[in-house]
Each structure stands twice: as structure tokens, then as C-alpha cells.
Design a protein around this ligand. Structure first.
Ligand code: UT7
Length: 326
């Protein structure tokens, strides 16, 4: 076991709610289609002045308050995001600026919707190696600013938000019992943002063609997501020698209720144990798992010793899963 402890969690969600009925007025879609095909009813949308670091900074303040720490005491800030404030520096650096702190290591992880689990794994290894002692592990996204609001196949899916876990060395009782991660870069073109990098720098043409927004082959992503999330979760359970009955909460990445259900069914975990925030927040990419953990915890659903099964899939394609004892 990688002995670590989560001593505080926090989340930040923009106030503005965009319902499926609002979307009906924007594109050719319906509440019935969105609910049936995805399970999403509404999502939060950041205002024009809010960037990813703003949401992450608020979530860090809340998580630190719960942990009884000041943000200045953190020695490492890791932000998992696909919607950074800027191409460089890392969003984690803007988070420091926003919090008025300096000195800690601060960097981003780009692993799409699997980003929070990648960041948690990195944090655990830094802690076990003795490199870090007080780590803010964040997943934050402002997806609404990289979505093409004229493309009904993608714009109905995403939402904005951030979640944070404060991770410190454990006392041997809590931590990651098993974890796995992976990527198949050959499938990258199935879900990506074509423009804005060195492959296709921003130009008048890329803006006109909306190449700076999410491009996704939804059906293909769906198929791979089902296979990878379920597979990673099963591997994590078997390596930890934990049975489905021993899992207190199953928290999958929340992109589509049908994908989550397929992954849950493969693990044999009962429906009641799956924690869902998708209906209210949509797909917040790297933020879905930490926001769900924070909400489950604040509802009193997670106690010391409880076993969580976390699994994710995203652009890359990346996947990851972890069995965590709280
Ligand atoms: O976070 C990880 C990354 N993302 C994901 O995991 C998303 C994975 N993919 C999905 O969740 C699903 O593929 C979608 C929700 C995106 C689409 O669901 P689907 O059941 O795969 O639908 P589809 O793409 O096969 O489209 C079915 C029909 C099409 O119409 P025709 O060709 O059958 O006439 C689409 O044009 O639904 C149409 N459609 C819509 N209709 C109303 C597509 N989007 C919409 C919409 N409203 N928003």
C-alpha cells in the first residue's frame, strides 16, 4: 500500500446553471435526448472573467480550511487540467498567484479526464519517496470556453468546476491499495483540440474553422471508454484483493451515465454504491472525480477505513483506476 492520507477536500463550481431546456434554445437538441443518451440535466458555466486557476484556487482554500492548513504551507500543487489558463506557464503557477503564495512546486498534468487519478498517483509517489509532504491534488476545468456552442454533439456534454484533495503522508492505515494507469496515443485524434499548439498554431483560419474547440468522435470514445474504465477498475480490484462487496463507494469519471453503468456492471458493484454528480454538473473532465469525492465526503458517506474504487478514461486515450482506503 502507498501510505497517504487525504486530510481535506474542497470544490468550486460556478454559480451559473445551464439546463438542458436552456440548451434547447441554443442548438437543435432536447432535454429528453440529453437525459436519455447521457444522464445530464444541467451543468455549471463559468463567467467570462473566470479561468481554471480561479476555480482551483477556491477549491484549494476550502480543502486547506478543512485540513487545518494554510495554502502557504503546501509544498506541492498539482493541477490536472485540459483547459489551462494559458499554454504556459502551468495553471498551477497561476493558482499560486491567485492564492498569493510562492515557493511550493507547482505543475500541471495533462491526461484529460483521467488527470485527477494521474495526479493522485504522482502525489502518492512523491510522498512515499519523501519528496513531498503536503500536496494539493486538483482537477479543474473550464470546458465551456473550449466548446463549440454550435455543435450539439459536444456542447451539451460538458461543464465547469474544480475539486481538490489535500494529501499528506499516511500512518499505514490509509492510502492507495492498488492502482494502474495507461495510454494509447494512437487514438489521440478521436478526441482533441486541434488548434492552439505547435501542430496548428492559432490563425484566422483556425478560429474561423473552430479548430480551437473540442473535436470528438463520440461513438468511438464511448466504446473505448466502456472497455478501458471497466478493465482498469477490475485490475485495480484484483491487484488489491478487494471484492466488489468490500467497496463502499464506486466513483467513476462522469462523462455519460451509460458508460458509468457499463463500468459498474463489469465490476459487480451494486448501483446504490455508485456516486453520481453527472446529472447536476455534466462532464467536468479532470474535475468530476475530486468534486464527487468532496460531495460524498460532505454528505458523510466516506468514513475512515472505507474502500473507494476510482476509475477514469479520457483524451489520449488515457485511463487509470485506484483502490483507495480512506
Ligand atoms: O470524458 C471522456 C470523453 N467523452 C466521452 O466519454 C463521451 C463519449 N461519448 C458519448 O457519451 C456519446 O457517444 C454521445 C453522448 C456523445 C452521443 O451519444 P450516442 O448514443 O453515441 O449518439 P450518436 O452520436 O450515435 O448520435 C445519435 C443521433 C444522431 O442522429 P442520427 O444520425 O441518428 O439521425 C446524432 O446526430 O443523435 C443525434 N445527436 C443529437 N440529437 C439531439 C447528436 N447529438 C445530439 C443532441 N441532441 N445533442
Amino acid at each position: 500500500m502507498k501510505s497517504i492520507k487525504i486530510v481535506g477536500t474542497g470544490s468550486a463550481l460556478p454559480e451559473k446553471i445551464l439546463t438542458n431546456f436552456d440548451l434547447e434554445k441554443m442548438v437543435d437538441t432536447s432535454d429528453a435526448w440529453i437525459v436519455e443518451r447521457t444522464g445530464i440535466r444541467q451543468r455549471r458555466i463559468a463567467d467570462e472573467n473566470t479561468a481554471t486557476s480561479d476555480l482551483v484556487a477556491i477549491a484549494i482554500e476550502r480543502a486547506c480550511a478543512q485540513a487545518g492548513l494554510k495554502p502557504a504551507e503546501l509544498d506541492t500543487i498539482i493541477v490536472a487540467t485540459s483547459t489551462p489558463d494559458t499554454v504556459y506557464p502551468a495553471t498551477a503557477c497561476w493558482v499560486q498567484k491567485r492564492l498569493g503564495i510562492a515557493g511550493s512546486a507547482a505543475f500541471d498534468i495533462s491526461a484529460g479526464c483521467s488527470g485527477f487519478l494521474f495526479a493522485l498517483e504522482v502525489a502518492a509517489n512523491l510522498i512515499v519517496a519523501g519528496t513531498a509532504k503536503k500536496v494539493a491534488v486538483a482537477g479543474g476545468e473550464v470546458m465551456s470556453k473550449v466548446v463549440n456552442w454550435k455543435d450539439r454533439a459536444t456542447c451539451v456534454l460538458f461543464g465547469d468546476g474544480a475539486g481538490v484533495a489535500i494529501v499528506v503522508p499516511g500512518d499505514g492505515k490509509s492510502g492507495i491499495l492498488s492502482s494502474n494507469w495507461g495510454c494509447d496515443g494512437n487514438l489521440a485524434p478521436l478526441l482533441y483540440q486541434p488548434a492552439g499548439g505547435t501542430r496548428l498554431p492559432t490563425s484566422e483560419k483556425t478560429v474561423k474553422e473552430m479548430a480551437h474547440t473540442v473535436h470528438m468522435e463520440g461513438n468511438q470514445v464511448f466504446k473505448h471508454a466502456v472497455r478501458a474504465m471497466g478493465g482498469a477498475a477490475l485490475r485495480a480490484l484484483s491487484e488489491a484483493r478487494i471484492s466488489a462487496q468490500d467497496v463502499k463507494l464506486f466513483i467513476p469519471h462522469q462523462a455519460n451515465m451509460r458508460i458509468m453503468e457499463a463500468a459498474r456492471e463489469r465490476t459487480g458493484i451494486p448501483f446504490e454504491k455508485m456516486f453520481v454528480v453527472l446529472d447536476r454538473y455534466g462532464n467536468m473532465s479532470a474535475a468530476t472525480i475530486p468534486v464527487a469525492i468532496d460531495e460524498a465526503r460532505s454528505q458523510g458517506l466516506i468514513q475512515d477505513g472505507d474502500i473507494l474504487l476510482l476509475t477514469a478514461f479520457g483524451t489520449g486515450f488515457t485511463w487509470a483506476a485506484a483502490v483507495f482506503r480512506w
